[in-house]
Design a protein around this ligand. Structure first.
Ligand code: E4P
Length: 218
């Protein structure tokens, strides 16, 4: 499963990219708003694209077709790594179809049902983003949605990639891998949690103590 970092924090992105831990980035208007400070969103997106050799999702904020097309084309022209993110609405899917015809990759976001995901695939989405954590928040099983989309895409041979989003903890990441998501996007905190295991730390401490006691050198 490809691992995307769900942030616009350029420090975190640089750290994860230099460690070779990530395959791409997803942002959304809320994440970009917290990262821009006194910079323009274009500057931030360009810095991200130069740091990460992979897809960087950047979302339109217009909700009408013409606005989405204008913003999406502007975003796509910034850098080859940009994937235009559109919401799963009627106009969002119209925009998706047009972008696909123009060779612009699209991430259809805010997906909360498998039939929505089927419509996005038919509209030519490159990625579909089911929001696992937000479904869990309202008492549903978010991961079941990812599994249903996987099954439908496999039955009908859609090439849209299933991008499990709104992953909030390591168990979400593990489950997304087990149900066959193509990609998962997670915040930096969860990426750090994936790396850590108390037995790794404990084992390393013991090895180093034993080695030190031996007085040996490498
Ligand atoms: C995905 O594209 C979204 O940016 C993100 O995963 C939303 O996560 P949240 O529900 O934790 O805000």
């Amino acid at each position: 499963m490809k691992i995307f970092l769900d942030t616009a924090d350029t420090e975190e992105i640089r750290r994860a990219a230099s460690a070779g831990l990530i395959d791409g980035i997803t942002t959304n208007p809320s994440l970009l708003a917290t990262a821009v400070a006194n910079r323009s969103s274009t500057e931030v997106l360009l810095e991200i694209c130069r740091t990460v050799d992979g897809p960087v999702s950047a979302e339109v904020v217009a909700t009408d077709l013409d606005g989405m097309l204008t913003e999406g084309r502007r975003l796509a022209a910034l850098h080859d790594n940009i994937v235009v993110k559109v919401p799963l609405t009627e106009d969002g899917l119209r925009a998706c179809r047009t972008f696909r015809a123009e060779g612009i990759r699209v991430n259809v976001t805010l997906c909360f049902s498998a039939v929505q995901a089927a419509l996005a695939a038919k509209a030519g989405a490159t990625y579909i983003s089911p929001f696992v954590g937000r479904l869990d928040d309202v008492g549903h099983d978010g991961m079941e949605l990812v599994a249903e989309i996987r099954e439908i895409y496999d039955i009908y041979g859609f090439d849209t990639e299933v991008l499990a989003a709104s992953l909030r903890h390591p168990q979400h990441v593990l489950q997304a891998m087990l149900v066959g998501a193509d990609c998962g996007t997670l915040p930096p905190k969860v990426l750090h949690q994936l790396l850590k295991h108390p037995l790794t730390d404990k084992g390393l401490d013991a090895f180093l103590a034993d080695w030190k006691a031996s007085g040996g050198e490498i």
